[in-house]
Design a protein around this ligand. Structure first.
Ligand code: FES
Length: 186
């Protein structure tokens, strides 16, 4: 049997599709190669959200109170610790902590009463209670996650329950005694 002529093979629709797809993909990769360095240049951290910051007015948060704000679409807790709550946090030996950190390390110098953390449980991401009037602060006086019972202390450090880590402290800086910008490097 004679072999099929060459032009028949080129007109096979499946083969044509393959050639077209290959050409389009190749063009796509080429375009990405040009665009990616531009994106990286505009956004060195490669995190689009790194550009957004949240300003918090601290003047409305009384000692002993914690408020819920939002930062990059996630809940944010801002807490004004009382001297008693600070003393409670300082009294805990680091050896008793699952994720050992002092309150000092979790706050800014001279501003130990201002505790700013994400309101995202480090177990599976529920929003813990305790940053709102009358909310359950849990057995350690900080925050309590109703999903699986993780309890955080007044420095928002994990003390009981399945969460492995303390509530995360985001980058932030004081603009004045009464304003902080969350998401900005200090
Ligand atoms: Fe908070 Fe599980 S998500 S304890």
């Amino acid at each position: 049997e004679a072999p099929e002529p060459f032009h028949e093979e080129v007109h096979d629709p499946r083969r044509r599709d393959f050639i077209n797809i290959a050409a389009v993909s190749f063009a796509g990769v080429g375009a990405l190669a040009i665009v990616l360095p531009l994106i990286n240049q505009m956004n060195p951290s490669a995190d689009v959200l790194a550009q957004s910051t949240t300003e918090i007015d601290l003047s409305k948060i009384a000692p002993g109170q914690a408020i819920k704000a939002s930062f990059r679409k996630q809940p944010l807790f801002v807490r004004n610790l009382t001297p008693k709550e600070i003393a409670e946090a300082d009294a805990v030996p680091l050896s008793e902590l699952r994720d050992p950190q002092t309150l000092e390390q979790r706050t800014k110098p001279g501003k130990k009463n201002w505790l700013i953390t994400l309101g995202v449980c480090t177990h599976l991401g529920c929003v813990p209670l305790g940053a709102g009037e009358g909310e359950n602060k849990g057995p350690y006086g900080g925050y309590f996650c109703p999903c699986h019972g993780s309890a955080y202390d007044t420095a928002a450090r994990i003390r009981k329950g399945p969460a492995p880590l303390n509530l995360l402290v985001p980058d932030y800086k004081f603009d004045s005694d009464t304003t902080v910008t969350v998401g900005a490097a200090a």
